[in-house]
Design a protein around this ligand. Structure first.
Ligand code: FAD
Length: 501
């Protein structure tokens, strides 16, 4: 490498996803005269558009894929380099790209995102969805499919299962309820009837008391069908490119070959035991397999609940692994338990002058009691922005404190076409038994859950057009003792906003 000609930049950012691009924008606007290089493996960059600060901590925005020239036109001192970084040399402060070029840096920020945690590598019948290419591949394969199996219980699985039409979906979740990364069994029960109903023709724009939770027994199934006439069948109750963003499925038709609008069979509390091709199945001892809906399929998936399903392909939606690989060799990075680059409260890794932001890093500072890291769009933007500010502050020798956005976890999204707002310790994360819940639920309309600890609101889940997010955010941030209000807090006849004015 020593004989390779090196070009030096003051700031080098790796990754053209939301974290990297936001970091570049922040640095380039804060120090316009400085030279910045963005090295990215993907041909396009991700840009935040229509950014809206909804409240103190809640934010909403769209994400667009754009040619990198847009960024270079906006920031004359920016150079975009389209190649993947294949190695990092922290001693000499340089990176080498796959096309053999070497770039030196004064400060480096790694924003290389994550890659899908696939159930198995190199199986042509197992797909992960991460970027535009993999979403298009999924769409292509789906258009010829009669049945798919979706494994996973996070945001991607939730969206897929809701969006796919014309194809039977077997949905295997390891938990007792759907979506448990985002909400509890009560909210899951609220959302499930939506899987039975026909999807609105074009999804409505997201401008957007009673509580029963019957937990399914281990290995239990629930099935839901919505056909064109909305009748219900079934037995149950009612190097990669950038990660896709919230509306990744909009504008692509997710339709299989069948006439049915939606047919979902849920398998709870199970994981994948084995994946067979049809040939392997023929050679396996049949008596040990409990085949569901026998037929001839290209691939079969055996679940830990003993059932085996044949399908056209399997979607592995079981989370992401931080994309750290090209950066580790020869360096001494501290890694967190989840494999992310350990970053402190200035987004600095354990290597000098190397920062990291977005899905690739793990926030290892002492968190505010109301914040947790989740590998989400909003946090990628916030971390990229804050990393840019820290890098600038450090070269300018200015002090900088942890940004307010890390004070309270907040996220707005859309599941099953409902607006969903999550605040603070919305699932009582880390609170142990030391918390109580208040709930309000109107079937098909709204689900409101408040988490209280020591009489103070520490979290909330708001599904539907509740209009409560700002008030609840204030109540959480103010740490007000709400004991005197008791259940009145969720009384629908009281205008809570006036109450606390
Ligand atoms: P990425 O967006 O993954 O960007 C990483 C960048 O690094 C890419 O440009 C890549 O090409 C580049 N790169 C990687 N390795 C190298 C290398 N060696 N050299 C150079 N460049 C490299 N979040 C939400 O908040 N709401 C949602 O509804 C939501 N839905 C999602 C749906 C899907 C299908 C997926 C996959 C994710 C979803 N997410 C959602 C998560 C969200 O997309 C990610 O948290 C976010 O995009 C992470 O941004 P990032 O910039 O850290 O990484």
């Amino acid at each position: 490498m020593a004989d390779k000609k090196e070009k030096r930049f003051r700031f080098v950012i790796v990754g053209g996803g939301i974290a990297g691009v936001t970091c570049v924008e922040q640095l380039s606007s804060q120090i316009p005269s400085t030279d910045v290089a963005l090295i990215t493996a993907s041909p396009h960059i991700k840009a935040v558009t229509n950014y809206k600060q909804v409240s103190k901590t809640l934010e909403e925005f769209d994400v667009e894929e754009r040619p990198s020239s847009v960024l270079e036109e906006k920031f004359p001192n920016l150079t975009v380099i389209h190649s993947a970084v294949k190695s990092l040399h922290t001693q000499s402060h340089s990176v080498e790209t796959a096309d053999g070029r070497v770039f030196g840096y004064e400060k480096l920020c790694i924003c290389s995102g994550g890659r899908p945690k696939l159930l198995t590598q190199d199986n042509p019948y197992v797909l992960g969805i991460r970027d535009t290419d993999s979403a298009q591949e999924f769409q292509k394969r789906l258009s010829k499919a009669k049945r798919i199996v979706v494994v996973g219980n996070g945001g991607i699985a939730l969206e897929l299962v809701y969006e796919v039409e014309g194809c039977e979906v077997i949905w295997a979740v390891k938990d007792k309820a759907i979506g448990n990364t985002f909400f509890d069994a009560g909210a899951a029960q609220f959302l499930i009837p939506t899987l039975v109903a026909d999807k609105p023709e074009s999804a409505a724009l997201c401008k957007r008391t009673r509580y029963t939770t019957e937990e399914p027994a281990p290995g239990a199934s629930q099935s839901f069908t919505a056909d064109r006439n909305s009748r219900r069948h079934g037995s149950g109750p009612t190097e990669a490119g950038s990660a896709l963003g919230p509306d990744w499925h909009e504008g692509i038709v997710l339709r299989g070959t069948e006439q049915v609008s939606r047919r979902v069979l849920l398998e709870y509390q199970c994981e994948v035991k084995k994946i067979f091709t049809s040939e392997e199945l023929l050679n396996s001892p049949q008596q040990t397999l409990r085949l569901e809906n026998v037929g001839s399929w290209p691939v079969y998936i055996q679940l830990t609940n003993g059932k085996t399903f044949g399908c056209d392909f399997v979607v592995s939606a079981t989370g992401v692994v931080p994309n750290t690989e090209p950066f580790l060799n020869g360096n001494n990075f501290a890694l967190a338990d989840d494999g992310g680059l350990h970053v402190d409260d200035h987004m600095m890794t354990s290597e000098a002058d190397v920062y990291a932001a977005g899905d690739v890093c793990t926030a290892c500072w002492e968190h505010s009691p109301l914040w947790q890291q989740m590998r989400l769009w909003t946090q990628a933007r916030q971390m990229g922005w804050y990393a840019g500010r820290c890098m600038a502050a450090h070269v300018l020798s200015e002090p900088i404190e942890l940004d307010f956005c890390f004070e309270l976890f907040s996220h707005i999204t859309k599941f099953f076409n409902y607006k969903v707002v999550l605040l603070g310790k919305f699932n009582g994360q880390g609170l142990g038994p030391d918390h109580e819940l208040l709930l309000r639920c109107t079937k098909g309309q709204e689900y409101v859950k408040v988490v209280l600890s020591g009489g103070r609101m520490v979290g909330a889940v708001l599904i539907g057009e509740t209009d409560l997010e700002e008030t609840f955010e204030n109540l959480i941030l103010n740490k007000m003792d709400l004991t005197p209000y008791g259940e009145e807090l969720l009384n629908p006849d009281i205008d809570i906003e006036d109450y606390f004015d």
